[in-house]
Write a protein of this length. Structure first.
Length: 198
């Protein structure tokens, strides 16, 4: 899970990245579908101003746009899920993207955004996930997932946040073909070199 912040208090953009056996990562992002001369507006998102889209992109491309081009601040967290649950979430993203082709829907700042869409997919897969204010204050989403037992165990949330800050590593790795490995260095649960603390 990647949280990307751009300075708006309490708000971050949520991306979910899936790793494959060949070492590549595919990242999903729920976004507005901008038309010519449109730019994001949280207020506009309340009034059906933007259509929703699901972007699937190479991890290096989509993260670098945020850290290296837009100068956003990104944190990466390893979410602890079974392989079956990960597969189900991946397929839920694909189904969501495909459904938008046939039944477009509007992005909504509160009810259908980059975080709440993921929450609804996960709630259908695992069930029992509580609603929480941190689903709206998405810069605190890591705390919600941590409290649900979904982040790497044996570390404080503060340590996971500190070690999960990938902004500088992403900027330094820029054109590195091993970008995904470089940004995971030192992240508990994501870097095989970091010993588990259990």
């Amino acid at each position: 899970m990647i949280l990307s912040s751009w300075g708006l208090p309490g708000i971050a953009h949520t991306l979910v990245s899936f790793g494959f056996d060949d070492g590549r990562f595919l990242t999903f992002s729920v976004e507005i579908r901008k038309e010519k001369n449109e730019s994001f507006s949280a207020i506009g998102g309340f009034f059906k101003e933007f259509e929703m889209s699901v972007v699937a992109a190479d991890e290096r491309d989509i993260i670098r746009v945020r850290t290296n081009v837009r100068q956003e601040d990104d944190h990466l967290f390893r979410v602890q899920l079974s392989k079956d649950t990960m597969r189900s979430l991946f397929l839920a993203y694909v189904a969501e993207a495909n459904s938008l082709v046939h039944t477009p829907r509007f992005y909504h700042t509160v009810t259908a955004n980059c975080t709440t869409i993921v929450y609804h997919m996960m709630a259908r897969i695992v069930g029992g996930l509580p609603m929480d204010y941190r689903l709206l204050l998405s810069s605190l989403l890591d705390g919600y997932v941590y409290d649900a037992g979904g982040l790497t165990q044996g570390y404080s949330l503060e340590t996971l946040r500190e070690r999960g800050r990938i902004t500088d590593r992403a900027r330094a790795a820029d054109a590195d073909p091993d970008f995904s490995i470089a940004i995971r260095k030192g992240i508990p649960g994501a870097d095989p070199a970091v010993e588990p603390r259990n």
